[in-house]
Design a protein around this ligand. Structure first.
Ligand code: GAP
Length: 473
């Protein structure tokens, strides 16, 4: 498994991901996607969008990030979207209290102190008030990982929503929030979509968009950031059928991750014992990251919690009338909530590989290769002239321009051919086309496969067909 530092370094060096505002020293918890990263993100979003909305029972929307502040009162986020926070008095380091305890449990397990780890875990699972977390930290003398000391402040709750103001006056009446989840934009549009798209229950609404959380600790590269993207779908069902739909969506979403090329042994379900304020059943799909298992998608049975509260707070009816049974009810919701940026990181981890490749002299050298499913590869094909003379650049440029009309392509004429292959392997380009001396004579080129490193020779007129056959799944 690739080390996180190796991945971060490759991501920066090759233009996938940069630190936000890097020239000013960076902004914690925010990342910028470079020329290759943005392609990866767009590919992922496109594949999700097609799989979720190119079906008769799901519609897409794109709601605004800023919403009426009452939305967040109704959703429970103003009162309950909080994490327990604790500060170490010596190091001044700030932690999420539950994470501090979890990491301590993990350390105990690594030292085979299973009994003690289980005992603390049992207490953690029933903790709900700030004092519960504080008591665990004090009772078990959990030290600060930075200073090793146990001098802690009290635990207090911290709301994760970013607050700002709308308009010129900065007072309580102008407060708005950056959305911490895209889901609420869907709930407040439930009636609009139901009526305009003439849908019938069960049906879903999908959305991809930015979300913001003022996380206490950001960590592990793209895993926990303050600005991120979500791909969420809310499926509206008849009350009483939610369990069956929950099972359906659990299976659909798991299969979807497998279809992206994730291996079974790197995916698992984790059933929630502690439920969010809106859920009566929840499960995470977790991926085995270099730092351990981590959630990439949550599937939540949200009952009628959100629609009922929006109906109450807005005074607008959000019921569904079933014309076949003449019943009127507020639908229940099964939500699938994936992270775009988190999944992009999982895709990078999954694709990373190292092997041995032949050099031009015939010996072997270590190569780094991103074995992306071709659908995710930022660049689908690279075109090279073997040397910069004898008409090769002219033909190579012509091929590049033709290919670019169909696929994101790259032209590279600098350095030894072996180095050029290595550069493309490192960013996961599935195919490299080389124009050589023979090309001018018989209108053929070589096409090299990233994974097998084998080359075949094909006629220039067949390039697009070949690429279409091998890149479009
Ligand atoms: N609407 C429900 C919801 O937002 P969540 O489990 O809090 O549920 C869903 O988030 C997904 O959003 C997570 O599985 C993860 O992929 C992504 N996500 C959440 N917080 C994140 C963060 N701070 N940084 C990156 N991705 C995050």
């Amino acid at each position: 498994m690739v080390k996180l530092e190796t991945l971060i370094s490759l991501a920066k060096r090759r233009g996938f991901i940069f630190q936000s505002s890097e020239i000013y020293g960076g902004l914690n918890g925010c990342w910028d996607f470079g020329p290759l990263g943005v392609e990866l993100l767009r590919n992922l979003k496109e594949i999700w969008w097609k799989s979720m909305t190119y079906r008769e029972d799901i519609e897409g929307i794109d709601a605004s990030i800023l919403m009426h502040p009452k939305v967040w009162e109704a959703s429970g986020h103003v009162a309950q979207f909080t994490d327990p926070m604790i500060d170490n008095k010596i190091s001044k380091a700030r932690y999420r209290a539950d994470n501090l305890i979890e990491e301590y449990i993990e350390r105990l397990r690594n030292k085979n102190k299973t009994e003690l780890a289980n005992e603390i875990e049992a207490k953690l699972s029933s903790a709900s008030k700030p004092s519960d977390y504080y008591d665990i930290i004090v009772e078990y003398k959990i030290p600060d990982p930075v200073s090793g000391t146990t001098e802690w402040t009290e635990v207090r709750y911290f709301n994760l929503m970013f607050k700002t103001f709308i308009g010129a006056v900065e007072d309580a009446s102008s407060v708005v929030y950056l959305r911490p989840e895209t889901a609420q934009g869907i709930y407040v549009n439930f009636k609009n979509v139901l009526e305009t798209a003439r849908q019938k229950i069960p049906f879903g609404i999908a959305q991809i968009g930015k979300a913001f959380r003022n996380e206490i600790n950001t960590k592990n590269f793209l895993f926990r950031t303050r600005e991120f993207e979500q791909m969420e779908m809310q499926y509206f069902v008849k009350p009483g059928t939610e369990n069956e739909w929950f099972d359906y969506w659990m299976n659909e979403r798991y299969e979807w991750y497998l279809s992206l090329g994730f291996k079974k042994e790197t995916l698992r379900f984790k059933v929630h014992e502690k439920l969010a304020h809106y859920a009566n059943r929840a499960v995470d799909i977790e991926y085995l990251f270099p730092f351990g298992w981590g959630e990439i998608e949550g599937i939540h049975s949200r009952t009628d919690y959100d629609l009922r509260n929006h109906q109450e707070y807005s005074g607008k009816k959000l019921e569904y009338f079933d014309p076949t049974t003449n019943e009127r009810y507020i639908p229940y919701v099964v939500e699938t909530s994936g992270g775009v940026t988190r999944t992009a990181m999982a895709l990078l981890c999954n694709a990373y590989d190292e092997d041995m490749a032949p050099t031009e002299k015939g010996d072997l050298e270590k190569r780094t290769v991103l074995r992306f499913d071709p659908r995710f590869a930022p660049i689908k094909v690279a075109v090279f002239p073997l040397v910069n003379k004898d008409g090769m650049p002219e033909l190579a440029l012509k091929i590049y321009k033709d290919v670019q009309k169909h696929f994101k392509a790259m032209y590279d004429d600098s350095g030894a051919i072996g180095r050029r292959y290595r550069r493309q392997d490192e960013i996961g380009t599935p195919f490299c086309i080389t124009v050589d001396g023979q090309s001018l004579a018989d209108n053929t080129v070589t096409i090299r496969d990233r994974d097998t490193m084998k080359q075949i020779r094909i006629n220039v007129d067949n390039i697009i067909t070949y690429l279409k056959d091998n890149l479009i799944i």
